[in-house]
Design a protein around this ligand. Structure first.
Ligand code: ATP
Ligand code: MG
Length: 251
């Protein structure tokens, strides 16, 4: 089996909003072929952490590494180019466009970034073929001509994932992709993420504990900006600290 590698690594990350501490000495790694779930109560600082990884927010202190490279000084765009791709807690789909067009737009965004960073960037790369490849992977090809706003909730989530994959991720940052899905849609998304994580390591923020327990190789629990527990699904299920802070009846 291939050696495990830290694709994304946070060391000693701190962040305050005024008097609120939203990140307190965060140490966390996302490993190749693994899904690392970040759970915790509302307002714990989960989305803020993803914003710091993607470059939307600056930590007050600490180091963020992507593929052994320090990215703290890099813009959001430069981090996307390196493969740090985030899907939003709030949807990024353009409702008036078709499924195909939305994914094509994501491919073009990535290529425009490359053009901006490297003026001489050229390629024979076939955008349409790449889009179809992704649509096939996510079983979206039969609805490629559908207008995105008419999609079911589950298909919208799949489309968001397709758009993230179109950006060529080295790691995926997913913020509550299971929110609002029914049981059947949620089961399909679990299967999809199980197959995606084999190639692309994932940092998953999620409140849906059925999904977290089915998918996670490692779980970190954030409470008031602090990781209060970290480990395997079994360890987290058993943890009294986690039960008190967050899980309660979900176990
Ligand atoms: N730009 C900001 N300025 C000031 N406070 C903020 C800002 N963004 C977030 N906060 C506060 O920081 C805390 C953490 O917010 P964050 O959105 O990271 O929580 P979360 O864990 O993602 O919660 P949820 O599960 O509800 O999505 C909250 O108290 C929030 O109100
Ligand atoms: Mg959030």
């Amino acid at each position: 089996m291939a050696r495990k590698k830290e694709i994304l690594k946070l060391t000693g990350v701190n962040k305050c909003f005024g008097s609120i501490i939203v990140a307190k000495n965060i140490n966390l790694a996302v490993i190749s072929n693994q899904l690392h779930a970040l759970i915790g109560p509302n307002g714990a600082g989960k989305t803020t952490l993803i914003k710091m990884i993607s470059g939307e927010l600056k930590p007050d202190e600490g180091v963020i590494m992507l593929l052994d490279r320090k990215v703290d000084h890099l813009s959001e765009i430069a981090r996307v180019h390196l493969g740090c791709i985030r899907s939003f807690q709030v949807s990024s789909i353009i409702g008036s466009m078709t499924v195909f067009e939305n994914v094509l737009l994501a491919v073009k965004q990535k290529r425009n970034i490359l053009k901006m960073l490297f003026r001489k960037f050229q390629s024979n790369f076939s955008e349409s073929n790449f889009v179809y490849q992704i649509l096939n992977q996510l079983s979206l090809e039969s609805i490629e001509k559908k207008i995105a706003s008419n999609l079911s909730h589950g298909d919208k989530r799949k489309l968001e994932l397709a758009m993230a994959l179109a950006m060529g991720p080295k790691t995926l940052l997913l913020d509550e992709p299971f929110a609002g899905l029914d049981q059947a849609e949620s089961s399909k998304l679990i299967q999809l993420l199980l197959s995606i994580k084999k190639n692309i390591p994932i940092l998953l923020i999620e409140h849906d504990m059925r999904a977290v327990f089915a998918l996670a190789d490692k779980i970190s629990v954030l409470n008031e900006g602090e990781i209060i527990e970290s480990g395997s699904v079994e360890k987290i299920r058993r943890s009294k600290l986690v039960q008190n802070a967050y899980l309660g009846d979900d176990l």
